[in-house]
Design a protein around this ligand. Structure first.
Ligand code: NAP
Length: 327
């Protein structure tokens, strides 16, 4: 059943961004592919041009929320994005920006580690703002849980960053329900989002509603009860269900690709839109994050705003991705 653009139901994070009149969208552009790759080359003019083309394409297709992390292409994704904003400052008012911190790669001090210490989080936010050349980010996400976390100390640092106006809202990523509840209890403002790996190829959150022993058990219910936004990273499953079938494609994957193709025909939208609508059909109003740098593919993704899958089609996709019947 096609929906007209703008008719998409509201999603939990929208209420927070609307408090500050910040533009936003249910579909999020993930900036991990910007900045010229995971190497030590400096950001080139071509990298900035690529970021500019991506931003313009996104805005033209009503994709207004941009997802960063301090580590993406070793900081270069934020640098390239920041140069575009510096050259065209009017763009900042047309989007919301989120970034993440808490993962540290090996350096002179030690090996790869997670670090949600107050010092590192505070320093990371300042570095993010410098690279993006902006005064504040709309949402800060804690990238991964840190087993050495001092919750009270972190909460104090986060509240200070919020009071200083450097971060509008706080969220997490890759956390489970108990970790979120523990951090929330130490904060005086609501956690607004949890970003997890979720797609037709990674259905842990969905299967946990059917089989409670699955990963992410209770997360969907917690999110709906507390108005927590679920953001889905890897929402295109890196193209594994939307690319052409070849000799290496398994029989199960072929079945899912063929099903997506037939649903794309039925609903009159792209294959990518069907992939993403599998997520937006869920009652907790997921925000899919797309990481394509292909401008045509970004436009194809935006067709998700035009489709709402029937219950039967949604379950056919779920069954196909599980490669077995639901119990
Ligand atoms: N919180 C976390 O821990 C975490 C982890 C990973 C990612 N993320 C966020 O999520 C975003 C998306 O992640 P992602 O990039 O892994 O996921 P994705 O959007 O599922 O995959 C994008 C990749 O798939 C390729 N692709 C898509 N469709 C294709 C097709 N039909 N044929 C060939 N290639 C195709 C794209 O290539 P083209 O560029 O050529 O289209 C791109 O390399 C990231 O940018 C980041 O913001 C968050």
């Amino acid at each position: 059943m096609p929906l007209s653009v703008g008719e998409a139901p509201s999603y939990p994070l929208a209420q927070y961004l609307e408090q500050s009149n910040t533009p936003h969208s249910q579909l999020i552009y993930g900036c991990m592919g910007l900045g010229g790759g995971w190497n030590n080359n400096s950001v080139s003019g071509a990298d900035v041009k690529q970021a500019q083309a991506v931003i313009e394409t996104c805005l033209a297709h009503n994709i207004r929320t941009f997802d960063h992390a301090d580590i993406y292409t070793f900081g270069k994704a934020e640098i390239a994005f920041g140069r575009v904003l510096a050259e065209q400052p009017h763009l900042r008012a047309q989007m919301s920006i989120q970034s993440k911190c808490g993962i540290r790669f090996a350096d002179a001090l030690g090996g790869k580690r997670y670090d949600l210490s107050p010092e590192w989080v505070t320093q990371s936010v300042d570095s993010i703002l410098t690279r993006l050349q902006i005064e504040h980010i709309d949402v800060l996400l804690l990238h991964r849980p840190d087993p050495l976390l001092d919750v009270a100390a972190l909460a104090q640092a986060l509240m200070q960053l919020h009071q200083q106006g450097k971060i509008g809202h706080i969220g997490v990523s890759n956390m489970h329900v108990a970790q979120i509840a523990q951090l929330q209890a130490a904060l005086t403002i609501p956690l607004v989002a949890n970003q997890i790996e979720l797609s037709l190829g990674h259905t842990g959150l969905i299967n946990s509603a059917i089989e409670p022993e699955q990963p992410h058990a209770g997360m969907a219910e917690y999110a709906q009860t507390h108005g927590l936004q679920i953001q889905a990273w890897g929402a295109l499953f890196q193209g594994q269900f939307t690319r052409a079938i070849d000799a290496n494609t398994s029989t199960n994957t072929q079945h899912t690709i063929n099903l997506i193709n037939s649903l794309a025909n039925k609903y009159g939208v792209s294959q990518e839109a069907i992939m993403l609508s599998f997520l937006t059909r869920l009652p907790m109003q997921i925000q899919p994050i797309i990481g394509s740098t292909n401008l045509a593919r970004i436009a194809d993704c935006a067709q998700v705003y035009q489709v709402r899958l029937s219950r039967c089609d949604w379950y056919a996709l779920l069954e196909s991705s599980r490669a077995q019947e639901i119990p």
